[in-house]
Design a protein around this ligand. Structure first.
Ligand code: 8YV
Length: 329
């Protein structure tokens, strides 16, 4: 008998077809967002879960489903999965790194440019019929080319954004990260490793690309925003919760920083009303990886992981390889 798997959200039909060749698949074609209890309930009897970044898989969900062997996340971020709890129970967790790096870097750069050049504000101004004449100071913003690009979190996506800035826009790159890059990665970008306070003080455009962990919760709050230049922009394409959204809204309102570009929010898809009311913030609904090719690649990698793990193969991107090989019944 084929193992049973649960696909937590709607995905490409061809991915479901691939999975059906190996598994009894319970899909969620109506794309309903399940509560944690509903997820735990639907996981009954399933050996695998195809999850997205939105399903919380914690000790309670795992304990309710001792038959579960694999959680395969269609996302590079995995803060929705309690990986140590998986490891303790011999459950493999996998994510989808690499395939979304350039696409997410594109969106991060676009948001930074939109914030610096006030593009969303300009579009609202035009659409609402307020554009009646040219003025020397109409919607003036700040330059991106030649400016100092600050990156907090210099992993794959951070480095891809740094490449765009250094090689395409002549920006000076400074960064802060848990560990410093190897010289062969720093030198081609002219990237300078600095402490966090220096990063905040010197960046003209600060981009956040670090994973969300208990340590990175509110890594940017009012104290950090106070260190930034009043002319600076802040862009977050990582995770809600890294920025204290209420503190950011206050800083934007009081013009303590110039503008922000946000793709992720605390408590998303609910967005803090104070942010919605501000003109100087560009808002997108968590679409960093949202191109057809990249979403297909992410779903494909998540399927590869699930299939390999449950058929005795080698999953390409395990988070806790210590649990391999899995005991499959
Ligand atoms: C996903 C993301 O679309 O991969 C990630 O970590 O944030 C996005 O690319 C989102 O997590 C939904 O799975």
């Amino acid at each position: 008998m084929k193992p049973a798997v649960l696909v937590a959200r709607a995905v490409f039909p061809e991915i479901l077809e691939r999975l059906r060749a190996h598994f009894e698949v319970q899909s969620n074609d109506d794309d309903v967002v399940w509560s944690r209890d509903e997820l735990a309930e639907r996981l009954r009897g399933k050996a695998g879960l195809f999850s997205t970044g939105g399903e919380r898989v914690d000790a309670a969900v795992l304990d309710a489903n001792p038959q579960l062997r694999v959680v395969s996340n269609m996302a590079v971020g995995y803060n929705n999965i309690d990986v140590p709890a998986c490891t303790a129970r011999g459950v493999l967790a996998t994510n989808a790194p690499g395939v979304l790096t350039e696409t997410t870097a594109d969106l991060g750069f676009a948001l930074m440019m939109a914030a610096a050049r006030r593009m969303a504000e300009g579009e609202r101004y035009l659409r609402s019929g307020q554009w009646t004449k040219w003025s020397y100071d109409l919607l003036v913003g700040s330059d991106v080319h030649g400016a100092t690009l600050g990156i907090l979190g210099m992993g794959r996506i951070g480095q891809a954004i740094a490449r765009r800035g250094a090689l395409g826009f002549g920006m000076q790159v400074i960064y802060h990260n848990r560990s410093r890059l190897a010289p062969e990665d720093e030198v081609p970008l002219g990237a300078r490793y600095v402490d966090k306070a220096t990063l905040l003080r010197e960046a003209d455009h600060l981009v956040l690309v670090l994973p969300y962990t208990p340590e990175s919760h509110h890594a940017i709050g009012s104290a950090e925003l106070a260190l930034m230049k009043p002319s600076a922009t802040l862009t977050n394409v990582a995770r809600g919760g890294i920025v204290d959204d209420a503190a950011l809204a206050a800083a934007l309102r009081d013009k303590r920083i110039a503008a922000a570009g946000l793709d992720v929010f605390e408590g998303e898809p609910v967005v803090l009303p104070a942010l919605l009311e501000l003109p100087n913030v560009v808002l997108t609904p968590h679409i960093g990886s949202a191109t057809g090719a990249t979403r297909r690649a992410m779903a494909g990698l998540a399927a590869d992981n699930l299939i390999a793990a449950l058929t005795g193969g080698t999953p390409p991107t395990p988070l806790n390889p210590a649990v391999l090989p899995l005991k499959l019944s």
